[in-house]
Design a binder for this molecule. Structure first.
Ligand code: CA
Length: 398
């Protein structure tokens, strides 16, 4: 019997004894009815509550997509998602960072996408350029109130810029030991160039590394009469990313845009709703009708060490709630050179995220560290696969 059942039985005994309304025989009958009921309830709760039944209650198209996604990533627990490429070692989103992420063994490589003035999908994190390029020197006077927007420049102009290292903000830059800032020769590249590179490396390295595309600020783009979602789907389709079985995820913070992707733009690809904070139960249920998973900030999954036992994490309810709605959870961002204060080292942080919180994937600047952790965990049989969402061998096709 679980703790819940034990507590209930104790409460019944106390209440009955205090009230004096039943004799020993009657009490035994009462307990005989209650104990199996609570035992069964506890057992049901301990076996991935509701995942399979929730999965079966999904619309047929969502069920089919869930099944093919789970097959596609069945042996990748947790999924290693190279955040902006191997951005811990090379300037983010450059083709160099993508090639290194591929070499380091990432399962998926992320591409954030903004559009140029002439409508080309460019792989870049911000909608403005001044943070990590020399745009102010190359195109003085082209800013709006000191901000240089990507969509104010043509692709030919963007190609003239040099991209530099970005460091995580609020950290000791020297101690991070990242690629030196404002050195080297790095260019902005298009989504097409990144996909070509990954496709080529998949051939030459005999791998099947996936792509994980984020549509940045769709509303702001549309104010410029640009439509990044349409362009991203066009480019992905050109590279044969068309179904849920393909090695691709599309992510966006804008919930209305995720819905638009699924409905108006008829996107069949796995969709990830990005979230900064833990959503309410109502929000989670609404998101689950459209998206196949959520991408959420690590601090919304783990809020430091447990006050009762500092060797254990204080885990929020978000992963459990998402799994109950048959959604994946991909957490961002693991930076081994910029861990939260409470994490003594990267291994502990990953242990907590995967084994304690149960996330399905992690965005990381250092994909090699997560790959190593997974290799060791597999030899020690410390991580259950495939895809925990379909635990207990249940199948959504049942
Ligand atoms: Ca991103």
């Amino acid at each position: 019997m679980g703790p819940t059942g034990t507590a209930v039985v104790k409460w019944c005994v106390c209440w009955c004894a205090a009230a004096g309304v039943v004799g020993r025989v009657q009490l035994a009958i009462l307990l005989g009815l209650l104990v199996p009921a609570f035992h069964g309830l506890a057992a049901a709760q301990s076996t991935l509550p509701g995942r399979s039944s929730v999965a079966r209650s999904l619309p047929p198209e969502r069920q089919r997509r869930l099944q093919v996604i789970s097959q596609t990533i069945s042996n990748e627990v947790p999924l290693v998602i190279a955040h902006r490429g191997a951005s811990g070692y090379l300037p983010e989103h450059t083709t160099e960072a993508t090639a290194l992420a591929h070499a380091l063994g990432a399962d998926f490589i992320e591409q954030d996408v903004v559009l140029s003035q002439d409508g080309v999908a460019v792989v870049f994190h911000d909608v403005t350029l001044e943070g990590i390029t020399d745009v102010a020197d190359v195109f003085p006077g082209r800013g709006r109130n000191g901000r240089f927007y990507v969509f104010d420049f043509t692709l030919a102009e963007l190609k003239q810029l040099n991209v530099s290292e970005r460091y995580p903000s609020g950290n000791n830059l020297e101690a991070n030991g990242r690629f030196p800032q404002k050195t080297g020769r790095f260019r902005l590249s298009t989504l097409e160039e990144h996909l070509q590179l990954i496709r080529g490396l998949n051939v030459s390295r005999g791998r099947d590394v996936g792509v994980y595309v984020e549509i940045k600020q769709p509303k702001l783009h549309r104010e410029q009469e640009l439509d990044p979602s349409k362009e991203v789907l066009r480019v992905l389709g050109h590279f044969d990313y068309r179904t849920a079985a393909d090695r691709v995820f599309v992510q966006c913070f804008d919930e209305a845009e995720v819905l638009r992707l699924r409905t108006e733009l008829e996107c069949r690809l796995p969709l990830i709703q990005l979230l900064s904070d833990e959503p309410s139960g109502e929000d989670m249920a609404r998101i689950a009708k459209v998206a196949d998973g959520i991408g959420i900030r690590i601090s919304a999954v783990i809020d430091g060490p447990s006050p009762k036992d500092p060797k254990r994490p204080l885990v929020s309810n978000v992963v459990k709630a998402a799994h109950q709605h048959a959604m994946l959870v991909h957490a961002w961002t693991l930076r081994t050179d910029s861990l939260p204060d409470y994490a003594s080292n990267a291994t502990t942080m990953i242990d907590w995220l995967v084994r304690e919180a149960g996330v399905d994937g992690i965005f990381t600047d250092q994909p090699d560290v997560l790959v190593s952790w997974r290799q060791i965990a597999r030899t020690q049989r410390r991580v259950d696969g495939p895809f925990k969402l379909l635990g207990n061998g249940a199948s959504v096709s049942e």
